[in-house]
Design a protein around this ligand. Structure first.
Ligand code: HEC
Length: 115
């Protein structure tokens, strides 16, 4: 009986530990706003894509709400971000005209590709 209990306890601990490792791995796979990506986003995107940004933009992507997006949504949006910045769709041309510093360099577009 004692052995049976002990085995049960060990199994429980093992399961908890295993679950913990799995969820940690999934978090690593998630699209966290890494330092280099968020530097660009803070400079060039949050003027529109944040809680204090504009309606259409924050409805599509709100970087203030990034943590609450599902893993799948983060992956999809990260791909969209790369598509937009690589074809010059984002930041919008008019925005770059009045904020020249918001333009992305080729190196920064690469950061989005590898994100
Ligand atoms: C001047 C405001 C503004 C800035 C700055 C801006 N965006 Fe946007 N963005 C918008 C608006 C408005 C929309 C929604 C309309 C549209 O899709 O064109 C949008 C849409 C998007 C979409 C969704 C596109 C789609 O088809 O679903 C993505 C992804 C995106 N922006 C990424 C970015 C990234 C990344 C940056 C920074 C490099 C950025 N945006 C900077 C205004 C902005």
């Amino acid at each position: 009986m004692k052995n049976f209990l002990l085995t049960g306890v060990f199994t429980l601990i093992f399961c908890l530990f295993y679950g913990f490792i799995i969820s940690a791995q999934q978090q690593e796979k998630g699209k966290a706003l890494t330092k280099d990506v968020s530097q660009i986003i803070n400079r060039s995107c949050v003027a529109c894509h944040s809680d204090k940004g504009n309606g259409m933009a924050k409805m599509k992507v709100n970087f203030d709400k990034w943590q609450s997006y599902s893993y799948e949504k983060q992956v999809k949006l990260a791909q969209k971000c790369y598509q937009e910045v690589s074809k010059g769709g984002m930041p919008p041309k008019g925005f770059i005209k009045s904020n020249p510093g918001a333009a992305l360099s080729p190196e920064e577009i690469d950061i989005f590709r590898n994100w």
